[in-house]
Ligand binder design. Structure first.
Ligand code: TRP
Length: 450
């Protein structure tokens, strides 16, 4: 396969690639979703399964996605087509690219809704709504906000427009530069929140909820959700990282990059958990309160600390930013394909993809208000159904297929040339993607659904 540059542009260095991929990985999944799904699924044991999935399944598949992308240098759909042809593999493998683009739409559709919540909270913080608020007050501010379709829709639309604008201009210039300063700032603010939490009376209770591995609490559905969270948080299984890999310089270590990305991502998630859970216990809140968890706990902390108005505003600004650097990677696979296939400009392509995702997202925007009684899957509203199917089924399935394709179907000359591992290291990676990762995903599917 060619090792020339991609038509869409290239990252200027390996560091820029890592930054962009970490920007994709670190997002609402870490700060908003991880704590609330861990809370809903009993804590410790769930977190353990999540960590095992990150290291045993996540890093090997991350490696595969990056090298497939770099070998193909196109949108995931065309990268797959090229590699399938080059390797003389069955055309059915092309489903990886197509299913990925579909999953991207589905995830972006609800992702933009939650990112809109975060944007709105930035302004609430700035206007002092949370000063000296108590648990009941924070809950009712949240419920009033998500219960109002006009507000949710406004912020959802604004977030999508910003995303479209940025992807439309191309990722190479503004974005990574900004991420370079904003991600460390987000990290520091999280540490500040952890410091605040550490001084509440329930710190050890919160931390032990996160780390005491009592296996009795875990169901197979909980294991499925932990695995889905591992895929979601690493942006894995739908081609986002494959399309970022397509813009990666030729001579830089892929396994090393994948490991760094996973470590950054995991530490942000764990810090968010350590910041949030003690506040839940200290304020008598419900740990399994679902998607609202972060939006109720953190305003409490900001409301009580000195300088909380500024810190709170900054924090939600940074969460918004983390969401943008993730949202662009959800659009990129379908957008790059449109540019290659229909030769539309990036801006037009972005308007098209973003417009469709915005429209589908209306269902999620209405799930907390006028459509809160409308169930799509049994017992799940529109938002929950989209989230469940994309994260717990499509991403692990896509990831499993990527592992199998990279381990069995693609020409070994391609994987060896891309990965540049010693024979021993290559053998370990091969065992992980040929057997361990697919078997793990397959087992969880069978145990959950049969
Ligand atoms: N990883 C991001 C987060 O944790 C979300 C995300 C961006 C994503 N791109 C993705 C999830 C691709 C799945 C697939 O917030």
């Amino acid at each position: 396969m060619s090792s020339n540059d991609s038509v869409h542009g290239m990252w200027s260095s390996r560091f820029m690639f890592i930054l962009a991929a970490a920007g994709s990985a670190v997002g609402l999944g870490n700060i908003w979703r991880f704590p609330y799904v861990a809370g809903e699924n009993g804590g410790g044991a769930f977190v353990l399964v999540y960590l095992v999935c990150i290291f045993l399944i996540g890093i090997p598949i991350l490696t595969s996605e990056i090298f497939l992308g770099r070998a193909g240098r196109k949108s995931p759909i065309n990268t797959m087509q090229g590699l399938v042809e080059h390797s003389g593999a069955n055309k059915a493998w092309n489903v990886i690219g197509w299913m990925g683009a579909l999953a991207g739409f589905m995830i972006l559709s609800f992702y933009a809704v939650i990112a809109g919540w975060a944007m709105s909270y930035m302004f609430s913080s700035a206007s002092g709504v949370f000063v000296d608020i108590d648990g009941a007050g924070a809950s009712s501010v949240f419920n009033d906000f998500v219960g109002d379709p006009a507000q949710v829709l406004t912020w959802h639309g604004i977030f999508m427009l910003i995303t479209i604008y940025i992807v439309g201009r191309g990722v190479a210039n503004g974005l990574e530069q900004a991420v370079k300063y904003l991600m460390p700032a987000l990290f520091l603010l999280l540490l500040l929140l952890v410091g605040y939490s550490a001084n509440t009376s329930h710190f050890s209770e919160g931390v032990s909820f996160l780390f005491s591995f009592n296996v009795e609490k875990l169901t197979w559905n909980g294991v499925l959700i932990a695995m889905g969270q591992a895929f979601f948080t690493l942006s894995l299984g739908m081609g986002a990282i494959m399309s970022y890999g397509a813009y990666m310089p030729k001579d830089s270590s892929i396994v090393g990059s994948a490991t760094i990305i996973a470590l950054i991502d995991t530490s942000v998630a764990l810090l968010a958990g350590i910041a949030i859970f003690p506040l839940v216990f200290a304020n008598g809140l419900e740990i399994s309160s679902g998607p609202g968890l972060m939006f109720v706990t953190l305003p409490l902390a900001f409301g009580q600390m000195s300088g909380g108005v500024i810190f709170g505003t900054m924090f939600f600004l940074l969460v918004t930013f983390a969401a943008i650097t993730s949202a662009i990677s959800l659009i990129e696979p379908a957008l790059a394909w449109l540019v290659e296939h229909l030769h539309v400009s990036r801006l037009r392509g972005a308007i098209l993809v973003g417009g469709v995702a915005w429209f589908v997202g209306l269902g999620s925007a209405f799930s907390t208000n006028i459509w809160s009684d409308v169930m799509v899957l049994p017992g799940m509203d529109f938002f929950t159904s989209m989230d469940y199917v994309s994260n717990n089924i499509m991403l692990p399935l896509g990831g499993m297929l990527i592992a199998l394709f990279s381990g069995w179907a693609v020409d070994k000359s391609v994987s060896q040339d891309q990965l540049q591992l010693s024979p021993g290291q290559f053998a370990i990676w091969e065992i992980l993607v040929r057997f361990i990762a697919p078997l793990a995903v397959g087992t969880v599917f069978v145990m959950t659904f049969i």
